[in-house]
Design a protein around this ligand. Structure first.
Ligand code: GUN
Length: 283
């Protein structure tokens, strides 16, 4: 048996078609959704992600701008800029691309962004609202994963979901969203002993560790659904995930590829959050 390969690129494209109509309807009312991305320094991976966000915004008729700042910027100057963006009525969504240089506290920056403009869903208010099942800006990669499962009609209720990785951006929130969807959730991480004993129990396995080929064929249950969040650039310049795709796809029922998997869904969810911010979320 070979798995269904879930094509995030195609799915994100079809979501953008629907969002384009939503943006057009908002424009009729005089509201043009506007995303401001703040990019500090010149990390090539960050630049490439930011360009993807800008291109996708333009494609659906949204406005966006990218504020490029030197990596020598002080924390205070960055916080002052965020203050300005918070009170700029034209700006509906603010995204500060991470990671930030060492002299700047990422947590302080995240908490400085108005929760009503926090299209990344990283602010503690949005995280708390997500945890308590209230309306919130949901973090983009985790909500993209849920959208992918839903679009493929994959049942979540009652399933055992195992999340490998416990980052604030992906691992922790995706576990929470799966719990909100009635899965039974197990978290694994770098200190987990006998990882395989957990991953082989997973009906839905989400892998977000940032290490190529961490999950091989022996780590999955036959027929499982495997979501690979890793984006690792190899020495030959090619991108690869955290899962040994070729071996694992022969054993499972659904799998996401890298590239063309979760990555495009992350950007689609960012657009969705920006439209939601433009409509006005009461926070
Ligand atoms: N760096 C890597 N992923 C992300 C993300 O989803 N949002 C932001 N702001 N920075 C990132």
């Amino acid at each position: 048996m070979s798995a269904v390969v879930m094509d995030g690129k195609e799915l994100a494209k079809s979501l953008r078609v629907k969002m384009k109509d939503e943006v057009a309807a908002l424009k009729e009312k005089g509201i043009t959704p506007h995303l401001t991305v703040v990019l500090v320094g010149d990390d090539p991976a960050s630049k490439s992600y930011v360009n993807g966000k800008k291109k996708a915004s333009a494609e659906i008729g949204m406005e966006s701008d990218v504020l490029e700042l030197p990596d020598t910027i002080t924390e205070k100057d960055l916080l002052d800029l965020i203050d300005k963006l918070n009170s700029d009525e034209k700006v509906h969504g603010i995204l500060v691309q991470l990671p930030l240089p060492k002299q700047i506290s990422e947590q302080k920056v995240i908490e400085a962004i108005s929760p009503a403009k926090d299209v990344d869903g990283f602010h503690p208010i949005n995280i708390g609202r997500m945890m308590t099942g209230q309306d919130a800006f949901l973090p983009c990669t985790p909500s993209g994963i849920i959208a992918m499962l839903n679009e493929n009609n994959i049942e979540i209720t009652g399933k055992h979901a195992v999340v490998v990785g416990r980052s604030n951006i992906v691992g922790k929130p995706v576990g929470q969203l799966l719990l909100n969807e009635n899965a039974t959730v197990t978290y694994c991480h770098s200190k987990t002993t006998d990882l395989k004993s957990y991953t082989t129990q997973a009906d839905i396995l989400v892998v977000a560790v940032g290490k190529p080929h961490s999950i091989g064929e022996a780590f999955v249950k036959p027929g499982a659904v495997v979501i690979d969040v890793g984006i690792n650039r190899m020495e030959n310049g090619k991108l690869t995930g955290d899962v040994d795709f070729d071996a694992v796809k022969e054993k499972v029922s659904y799998i996401t590829p890298v590239p063309r998997g979760v990555g495009p869904m992350t950007i689609a969810m960012l657009l969705k959050n920006t439209i939601k911010a433009a409509k006005g979320l009461d926070l």
